[in-house]
Design a protein around this ligand. Structure first.
Ligand code: NDP
Ligand code: KPL
Length: 346
């Protein structure tokens, strides 16, 4: 089976790890632990990677802000999961990139709507060889990164890690999935750093693949992500509350077919059974407590990533005259809350 980065869970590393992930280990078996990894945004995903990479012995430099900065400085960063707790103190934490200095890879883990603002402050962390790795959902952030630093400095990726911020500096990883896939956004972005980081993440025990062409894997996740966010945000419930309802499940499946149609119109070839593979994973393997990150944002009254994910899809569909009625509806119904105004109660 082609490895498109479909969520597999850490326990299935042995099945898939014979492909590109294993190659990484052969190509890049030195120096990974000496690389400097920057984390831009220490929320759910940035915090998850900070905890695992620091525990693996990496030199991690964290650019955080506000309450998260204070909490990590005071108490370190705590990652909780069913497997236990990891509490770490990164080598450096600051809200000033100049305090941290140049890194080999900067993992961009801010929400889509914060990408441009955050990138405006990272220059001191970038040397000529630094690569920026996007683990954001969707494509909007990548388009911004391409404009700001150039496509040849960007690594694009996705992660299926489901995580939530319980309190500033305190992250919850739900279930066991750690599946993450990344690679060069364009071939000239390849400089060995991505493969070295993938190796470091594997050393940390994570299910990670480095790919020469990650774009289909990013689309593959987007096929479930935009529907998962739409359904979760509109039902306002974690997976287990809606997946067994036949009507809701039908909407989820049909919405995935909409994203496949947009990918096809943009010339991206995806496996014909992709929707059914996502369905099977969602029904039999995904942790039922899984919450869409957009659900957390809505419940906390925070701005959501609507424009960067569902909004991006709706606009792309329109450009190609592909009907996406489920996402059109989700976009229209979620737009009034997209900037977090719901918290004001008006
Ligand atoms: N959570 C999940 O389960 C998953 C999320 N993703 C994707 O990962 C990306 C990140 O999501 P997630 O981790 O959930 O988001 P969070 O909101 O949990 O974390 C984002 C963090 O970035 C910080 N931040 C924003 N701007 C800056 C800045 N200029 N300088 C420093 N820190 C900044 C935020 O600070 P503040 O709190 O002050 O705003 C926050 O701590 C998104 O694209 C999401 O779609 C992908 C897979 C799973
Ligand atoms: C679907 C999930 C939880 C990861 O698999 C995600 O990416 C998100 O909600 O942002």
């Amino acid at each position: 089976m082609a490895d498109l980065g479909i969520a597999s869970g850490i326990e299935s590393v042995a099945d898939e790890g014979t492909g590109q992930a294993a190659m990484v280990g052969r190509r890049q078996n030195r120096g990974a632990l000496t690389m400097r990894v920057g984390i831009l945004g220490a929320g759910a995903i940035g915090g998850f990677y900070t905890a695992h990479l620091v525990r693996a012995g990496a030199d991690v430099q964290v650019l955080a802000r506000n309450a998260t900065l204070d909490a990590v400085r005071r108490n370190g960063l705590l990652l909780e999961s069913d497997q236990g707790q990891i509490c770490v103190r990164p080598n450096a934490v600051s809200d000033k990139a100049a305090d941290l200095g140049a890194v080999d890879i900067l993992i961009v883990a801010v929400k889509g709507q914060d990408t441009a603002g955050a990138l405006a402050h990272v220059k001191p962390m970038l040397s000529d060889s630094t690569r920026l790795l996007s683990l954001q959902n969707g494509f909007a952030g990548l388009e911004i990164m391409e404009k700001v630093v150039g496509a040849d400095r960007v690594l694009s990726g996705i992660t299926y890690v489901p995580a939530t911020v319980l309190a500033p500096g305190r992250i919850r990883h739900t279930g066991r999935v750690t599946r993450t896939v990344f690679g060069p956004y364009t071939p000239d972005a390849e400089n060995g750093q991505g493969a070295a980081l993938a190796e470091l993440m594997q050393v940390a025990g994570l299910d990670v693949s480095y790919m020469d062409e990650p774009l289909p894997a990013i689309w593959s996740k987007f096929v479930m992500l935009a529907p998962f966010h739409s359904v979760s945000a509109l039902t306002r419930a974690p997976l287990g509350h809606w997946i067994d309802c036949a009507e809701t499940q039908g909407v989820y499946r049909a919405a995935m077919a909409e994203v496949v149609a947009v990918a096809k119109a943009r010339g991206v070839a995806l496996p014909p059974d992709l929707v059914e593979r996502h369905m099977a994973f969602t029904l039999t393997q995904a942790d039922r407590r899984t919450r869409a990150s957009m659900l957390d944002d809505l419940e906390q009254g925070r701005p959501t990533e609507l424009e960067a994910t569902i909004g991006w899809l709706v606009r792309a569909a329109r450009q190609h005259s592909v009907p996406v009625p489920i996402h059109d509806l989700a976009y229209a119904l979620l737009k009034p809350m997209a900037d977090g105004r719901a918290v004001l109660g008006v």
